[in-house]
Design a protein around this ligand. Structure first.
Ligand SMILES: Nc1ncnc2c1ncn2[C@@H]1O[C@H](COP(=O)(O)OS(=O)(=O)O)[C@@H](OP(=O)(O)O)[C@H]1O
Ligand SMILES: Nc1ncnc2c1ncn2[C@@H]1O[C@H](COP(=O)(O)OP(=O)(O)O)[C@@H](O)[C@H]1O
Length: 208
């Protein structure tokens, strides 16, 4: 995008209350849980289930959902490659702010390109970017077709639909992978449990 990186003569202002102070207040560590996968793979379902689980444990989280953000912050963007890249960059920056605020920020977007996800990872320090890959077969996502979009894409009524006639690059280095076991998808509660266990083990659910 032509206007990104065009500001000059700008300065960074430090404030006396910092991330560590906010984390102490919340008794948790700020981070980004980045959920990637095909449309219909269960990203929003996991995001909501995880948000509910964290809330029940007294942990503050906030969901940045691709579909929802396209109603506001990203409503000027479409689905061509440059637009998806800018979509991910913006959400990465917003997620970084939420993590700096001390929250567990849950971002759920298709985010089909590896380099864009890696760009968001690079915005965070100290392993605070936790990539969750919804590794569901296309056939499962298409069978679900909750919004009827696969049907439209197969009929040629939507062009450039991820997984049909647009690429999805699976992660090579994700922290968590959600997979089917014996052809059965884990329940939303089980998926959230897998992520919560990771957060607990890595110390994100306490401030020290
Ligand atoms: N062409 C095309 N390809 C993929 N998805 C499409 C497309 N057109 C519309 N939609 C709907 O947009 C949702 C994906 O938005 P994202 O912001 O997550 O996409 S991306 O990360 O920028 O690729 C996606 O929502 P989810 O099903 O929740 O993934 C779709 O509902
Ligand atoms: N673990 C699951 N088990 C069974 N159905 C699921 C599961 N996760 C999601 N679904 C269903 O699949 C459909 C798509 O899920 P959704 O979370 O909207 O996916 P995405 O956000 O990746 O597009 C929804 O109808 C949802 O209820």
């Amino acid at each position: 995008m032509a206007t990104v990186g065009n500001s000059t003569n700008i300065f960074w202002h430090e404030c006396p209350v910092g991330k560590l102070d906010r984390q102490r207040l919340l008794n948790q560590k700020g981070c980004v849980v980045w959920i990637t996968g095909l449309s219909g793979s269960g990203k929003s379902t996991l995001a909501c289930s995880l948000g509910r689980e964290l809330h029940s444990r007294g942990k503050l989280s906030y969901i940045l959902d691709g579909d929802n953000l396209r109603h506001g912050l990203n409503k000027d963007l479409g689905f061509k490659a440059e637009d998806r890249t800018e979509n991910i960059r913006r959400v990465g920056e917003v997620a970084k702010l939420f993590a700096d605020a001390g929250l567990i920020c849950i971002a759920s977007l298709i985010s089909p390109y590896r380099k864009d996800r890696d760009g968001c990872r690079a915005m965070l320090t100290d392993g605070n970017f936790i990539e969750v890959f919804m590794n569901m077969p296309l056939a499962v996502c298409e069978e679900r077709d909750a919004k009827g979009l696969y049907k439209l894409a197969r009929a040629g009524k939507i062009k450039g639909f991820t997984g049909i006639d647009d690429p999805y690059e699976p992660p090579l280095n994700c922290e968590i992978e959600i997979i089917q076991k014996d052809g059965v998808c884990p329940t939303p509660y089980e998926m959230a449990g897998q992520v919560t266990s990771y957060l607990e083990d890595k110390g994100y659910l306490r401030d020290e």
